[in-house]
Every structure is written in C-alpha cells, then in structure tokens.
Design a binder for this molecule. Structure first.
Ligand SMILES: *Cc1c(COP(=O)(O)O)cnc(C)c1O
Length: 427
C-alpha cells in the first residue's frame, strides 16, 4: 500500500518509510492511497491470526514480506480481545495486553515492525507520555536489539501504577522524570526533533499515536468484534444494518481505525464518537466550526485532548465514503453514573469505557445492536472506580509485579540543554 501526505498529496511513500518517519513534511499525516475491500464472510469465519494476516498484508506490503509479517503478528498479539455481554450490549475488552490498555495493540505491532525495518544505524525512540502510551511503547520495545527508548513523563503527575509499568524495566528503556508538565515533556521531544545534531546521529523516531503502523493494528479488533458477534449467531447482514460501535475518543486514532475497518468491509452500521467534556469534535459536528478550547482535566484522562491530531484522517474517511458519525460529549457526573450502571449489570468498568457506554445508551435505537470499547483495565483507574463504587478493586498481576520493583527513572529539569546532554551522554 502507498501512503500520501494529507498536506502534500504528491508526497507518496511506502509503509516502511511512513512507519519510520511517523509524519510527512509540514507535520502532514500519512493516509492510505486506497483501502482494499475484503471478503467479509471469509474473514469473519477465519481463525483470528489468519484474519490478522489477511488484514495487515495490504498495509505493510511490499515493505514487509508475508513470512516476516507472520512472525510480527505472533510476537505482537500475544493476548486476546474478548467480547463480554453486558445487559443488552457488548463490551469489547481491549486491555488484556501487558500494560493493560488498548495502546498495547498499536505499540506492539509498531515496535516489531520497526525492529524489522531498521537498518544498521542506531534508532532512538522518544516518547512523551501522560500515562498509558509510555508504558505500552516501553514494554513493546523492551529488549529489542539496537533500539534505545527514552520515555519522558511529568514527575509526580501520573499514577504510581502507570509509572512503574515502564520505569522499572531498565535495559534499553530509560525513564526521565521531568520536573514540569506533560506539555513540557512534549516540548522537549519536539525540540529534539528540530535539532539536526540529534536527529541523524541518534536516529530519532517518535512513537506517537499518528504512526500508520499503530492505526493498521487497531483495525484488527473492530473485525474481532464482528467475528465474535457473528459466532454468537448474529448474521453478517444484521451486523451491517444494525451494529453500532461507541468509541471512547481523545486523539481519534481509535475511531479512525474503526472507519478504516468499515471501509475495508467490516459489517458495522455506524459509529459513535464518545468524548468527555473536551468536546472539540462534538461541537464541530454540530456547528461546523473547529474551535478547540483549553483542555479540562477529567477522570478519563487519556481523552483529555482538545486538538485531536488524528481528526484530519477521520474527516477524510467520512468525506471519501459519504458517511456521518454521531459524536457525543459526556459529563463527569454522567461518567460516574455509567460506572455505577455498569456495576449494577455485574460489570466493573473504568471512566473511558463508561464514557463510551453512556453515549451508546443515549443514542441506541431499539432495533440496533450496541457495542462499546473498553480501552483500559479498571485497576489502572482504581481511584476513580473505587470512589464511584465505594468498594476496592483487586490489583492485577501485571501491576502487582512492577509496583515493588526499583524505580530506575532519572530526574531532569524541563530544559532543552539538559535533555540534549542526557541524550548524548555528556551530562
Ligand atoms: C488513548 C486512550 C483513549 C483514546 O484513544 P484515541 O485513539 O486517542 O482517541 C481512550 N482510552 C484509553 C484508556 C486510552 O489510553
């Protein structure tokens, strides 16, 4: 598949280049030149990893051979995406990977692709995190030869569980506790990419959520959802005419991948983009004006985004295929109500999934089949969940295993000069 730069459509690259570069010139997003239509009936019936190979091959060809792709799939997707019946709807659980959030899908696939695509030069992955991305990226690259990973995070502003998932890894993963905010961390990373004495010599690459490899991997679980519902006896035509998928959205990568899955033939009727009170997209869809406001902190903090960087891709898909989506903004008290409503149905959830569930229940029509994405394990957001439900949650093994290990992170001032000497090892 070829990818073109949405800002400069004549700029066309293959998968390997798009994945290694991340962004095109002028920070333009790479976009698939054409998405193949797949034979849905065959894919729904296929075993999971066979379906994954069929779906991913067009994205990575010819940069990655089929044999290598099979190795990558086996190494990256070592966990399931189960579907659980909750009341009258279905929960797609995307948090069974090593760092307990759906970011594991994209980060692990990207990491294994990059380790195959890299040449003999060094590669340094820089990533700034406000919580989940850092852990997913660090865990995905941990132990990959020739790749150095540097994770920057705001000291004291992420939960201990989130921090320990990457700060205890060691080896090729370095954690920098920056004395500042998430925005300071992002500014340090951006500054490093503007410094030619770092970019070339260190082989800088940013493993952020706009990488095409991450998007390709996220297409897979929308198909898993359809295959699971199909195996429960819901015919393909019924899914196509009535399956509604509610996607908890921040940077809109997940929703973009869902639209790509539908474009490739996944039998999904429509999507709901569910946001918290950071509602740039719902307001845009209602009024037609793009008017980001200052970001407001919420319980679903991975969706505290007011300038969603994947939106141009989602908008392009909607216009290419003539689709519309419904977008809903869910308030904090509605989120708490949804956590309680889910608990009353016997399902312990967390704020991001609760936002998706609340939007689904508000929008679903009686003849439709509803599904919502559960993007994080409840234990990652234990304090909000425990506050909403008045009971404590068990700690899952992945968090228990890292919480008592030594924290290897290095403290650093939020200064470009300190970061530069750190990276060059001249501190
Ligand atoms: C990143 C994230 C989201 C939002 O996904 P986008 O692709 O950025 O829209 C939702 N929930 C959780 C738990 C996340 O980590």
């Amino acid at each position: 598949m070829e990818y073109f730069n949405l800002k400069h459509p004549h700029e066309r690259v293959d998968f390997g280049t798009a994945a290694r570069r991340g962004l095109g010139s002028d920070q333009g997003l790479y976009y698939p030149a054409s998405l193949p239509s797949m034979h849905a009936a065959t894919l729904l019936a296929a075993p999971r990893l066979v379906r994954y190979r069929a779906l991913l091959e067009p994205f990575v060809s010819p940069s990655i051979s089929v044999a290598t792709l099979e190795d990558i799939i086996a190494a990256a997707f070592t966990f399931e995406a189960p579907v659980v019946e909750v009341g009258d709807s279905f929960a797609l659980e995307l948090f069974h990977g090593p760092t307990l959030a759906f970011k594991d899908f994209g980060a692990r696939f990207m990491a294994h692709c990059l380790s195959h695509l890299k040449d003999e030069h060094p590669m340094t992955i820089l990533t700034a995190t406000s919580g989940d991305t850092g852990a997913a990226v660090a865990s995905a690259f941990h132990g990959q030869p020739g790749i150095r990973v540097v994770v920057l995070y705001p000291e004291g502003r992420i939960s201990i569980a989130q921090e320990r998932l990457f700060s205890t890894l060691g080896g090729n993963v370095e954690a920098l506790a920056v004395r500042g905010s998430f925005d300071d961390c992002q500014a340090l990373v951006k500054g490093a990419f503007d410094d030619p004495t770092l970019v070339g010599p260190l082989g800088l690459n940013s493993a952020n959520s706009i990488n095409v490899a991450r998007l390709a991997a996220q297409v897979l679980y929308f198909w898993d959802l359809c295959a699971n519902l199909h195996a429960r006896g819901i015919p393909e035509e019924t899914l196509l005419s009535s399956l509604v998928v509610s996607v908890p959205s921040g940077n809109f990568g997940d929703l973009t991948a869902g639209l790509m899955a539908k474009a490739m033939g996944a039998p999904i009727s429509r999507f709901i983009a569910a946001t918290n009170v950071n509602d740039t997209v719902p307001r845009y869809i209602e009024t037609g004006s793009w008017d980001p406001r200052p970001t407001v902190p919420t319980a679903s903090n991975a969706m505290d985004v007011s300038k969603p960087s994947n939106w141009p891709r989602a908008a392009r898909l909607l216009s290419d295929y003539g689709w519309t989506i419904e977008a809903r903004s869910i308030h904090e008290d509605e989120t708490v109500d949804a956590i309680r409503a889910l608990d009353a149905l016997g399902y312990v959830s967390e704020p991001h999934a609760a936002v998706a569930y609340a939007a689904l229940i508000q929008s679903l029509r009686p003849e439709e089949v509803g599904a919502f994405l559960c993007t994080a394990h409840p234990a990652k957001f234990a304090s909000s969940v425990e506050a909403a439900l008045g009971k404590s949650l068990p700690i899952p093994p992945a968090i228990a295993a890292s919480i008592d290990k030594p924290n290897l992170s290095v403290a650093m001032e939020a200064e470009a000069a300190s970061f530069r000497s750190y990276l060059l090892g001249t501190q």
